[in-house]
Design a protein around this ligand. Structure first.
Ligand code: 5GP
Ligand code: ZN
Length: 112
């Protein structure tokens, strides 16, 4: 398996893990775009959001809820943003579905 996030999940590649349970892992983005930039990923390899099946509904809901819990633990009660890039044109570069948790600075809208 050549997926970089699967390697992070399997601890074959080092990362700064901030949360882990039986279904998901959260770790710091290597190239942070905000003071807090954490990636929350399901342990199951799903290439992109579009490839998630009905059976992944609960899993993705869990991952999203964990992202919001981490945000509050990180002191982001004033606000934070959760982003999924789905597909190349949206900026997806790693094809293992992930939620970006961003916060700690004023966010612009519309996003770039
Ligand atoms: P995407 O562009 O697919 O939405 O997001 C991929 C994210 O993964 C990027 O923000 C990028 O900085 C991050 N990333 C890529 N490779 C690694 C890595 O090896 N370790 C960590 N911690 N983050 C990575
Ligand atoms: Zn993967």
């Amino acid at each position: 398996m050549e997926c970089i996030f699967c390697k992070i999940i399997n601890k074959e590649i080092e990362s700064k893990i901030v949360y882990e349970d039986e279904k998901c892992v959260a770790f710091e983005d290597i190239n942070p775009q905000a003071p807090v930039h954490i990636l929350v990923v399901p342990k199951k390899h799903i290439s992109a959001l579009r490839d998630a099946g009905e059976e992944d509904r609960e899993l993705l809901g869990h991952v999203l809820k964990i992202a919001s819990k981490i945000a509050l633990e990180k002191g982001l009660e004033k606000g934070y943003r959760i982003v999924v890039n789905d597909g190349k044109e949206a900026g997806q570069t790693v094809f293992h579905v992930h939620f970006h948790l961003l916060g700690g600075r004023e966010m612009g809208w519309p996003p770039g």
